[in-house]
Design a protein around this ligand. Sequence first.
Ligand SMILES: CC(C)(COP(=O)(O)OP(=O)(O)OC[C@H]1O[C@@H](n2cnc3c(N)ncnc32)[C@H](O)[C@@H]1OP(=O)(O)O)[C@@H](O)C(=O)NCCC(=O)NCCS
Length: 179
Amino acid sequence: MILDPDRLPILETERLRLTPLAAADAGRLFPIMGDPEVMAYWDIAEVDDPDIVAAIVQAQVADMAAGRAIYWSMRTLADGVFLGSCDLSEIDGWNRRAEVGFMLGRDAWGQGYALEAMRSVVAFAAAAGLRKLAARTHLGNLRSEALLEKLGFVKEGLLRGHILKDGERRDCRVFGLLL
Ligand SMILES: CC(C)(COP(=O)(O)OP(=O)(O)OC[C@H]1O[C@@H](n2cnc3c(N)ncnc32)[C@H](O)[C@@H]1OP(=O)(O)O)[C@@H](O)C(=O)NCCC(=O)NCCS
C-alpha cells in the first residue's frame, strides 16, 4: 500500500463521514478519552488532561504525514455530530498489512456506527492493496470482539500479560482478517 499523505482518503457510508483526523479534533476526543467506561479496555487509563489528548492526536497526525497510519474522525452525515475515531495503523507496505482501531463516545454505542465505519475502512484497505488486517483487544472487551467477528476477523492468539495497566498485567487477544 502506497499511502500519499497529501491525499488522505475521505470515506462516506450511509450514515457517516470519515475524514482524516486533525489537531482540532483533540477537543472533541477529550470527553471520549476521559470516560472510564470507554477506556476500560484501552492500553492507557482515562485521560483527565486535554494537553495529553492533544499530544496523542498530534502524534497521530505526524504518523499520517509519515505514511504510517490513517486516523479518521467519524461524524454523522446528516448533522456532522462527532462520534469518535477509527484507524489503520502500523501500516506495513512490504507485508501489505495494518492494524485496525476504533473508539466511539458512549452515546454512539449500540447503533451499528462502528460496524458501518469499519466496513468502509476494511473495504478501503482491500482496495488499497492491503492483504492482512490485525486487531488487538484486552480480554473481556466483548463489544470489540463482537464488532471484529461481524467484520470477519477470527481469533488468532493470546498475548499473555501483554499490557501493564493499573499495576496489573493484562492478557490480550489477537484477531486477524485475510483480505
Ligand atoms: C468497540 C466499540 C466501538 C463498539 O461499539 P458498538 O456500538 O457496540 O459496535 P457496533 O457498531 O457493531 O454496534 C453494535 C450494536 O449496535 C446495534 N445496532 C443498532 N442498529 C444497528 C445497525 N443499523 N447495524 C448494526 N448494528 C446495529 C446492535 O444490535 C449492537 O447492539 P448491542 O451491543 O446492544 O447488541 C465501542 O464499544 C467502543 O468505543 N468501545 C471503547 C473503545 C474500545 O475498546 N475500542 C477498541 C479497542 S481494541
